[in-house]
Design a protein around this ligand. Sequence first.
Ligand code: SAM
Length: 212
Amino acid sequence: MRLRNVKGSREHIAANSYVLKNGENNKGRWKEIFQDGKPIHIEIGMGKGKFLMEMARRHQDIHYIGIEKYSSVLVRALEKMEEEPLDNLHFLRMDAEYIAQYFEKGEIEQIYLNFSDPWPKDRHAKRRLTSRQFLARYQEILKEKGNIVFKTDNRGLFDFSLEEVKESGWILDLCTFDLHHSEYLEGNIMTEYEERFVKEGKPICKMIIHHE
Ligand code: SAM
């Protein structure tokens, strides 16, 4: 994601009703806040939010929360929401490193990780969103047998993730190294990055995992 400082993005986010505020104070209270008992799914590193907007359109019986670290990126998703408001889509501006401070065990039913930053240097492995450190954080918030759905074009990151999954005792429910030429393509919703990589002819890897 190309980052540049978008003037006024912090103020825009502070004033926007789709952005959930004081997230840490709501740990364990999300169902109460949404009031309708619908399950909650999150995307970590959602970028401009194209994928989650389509998911929210198709599945009105689910609340989606898009998590994004940078205001300058999140503000782009908010602009799209102004054109087409969706009641079941919400946003949190935060670093996913602190996710277990925002959600209680069992509050989240599904986590999407789409085209996460690869952090190619070995010394940065802990920052990868599929490292064992992050997997442990996800385990702290997912409901029993809740899924993580991960897609990437980066084969190095995917192979690393498979190792971390195995080492951390997660169970692999689906694994493909070429989603767009596989039996699993039906119903696939493309993210912004995915559209770009597919046009370039790059194979897309996908896994679905859960923990007992
Ligand atoms: N998911 C989108 C897609 O597939 O089009 C965007 C992918 S982009 C490569 C990765 C996004 O993750 C960026 O917007 C980046 O700011 C965000 N990100 C990276 N690390 C993060 C973290 N620790 N917490 C929250 N967001 C993060």
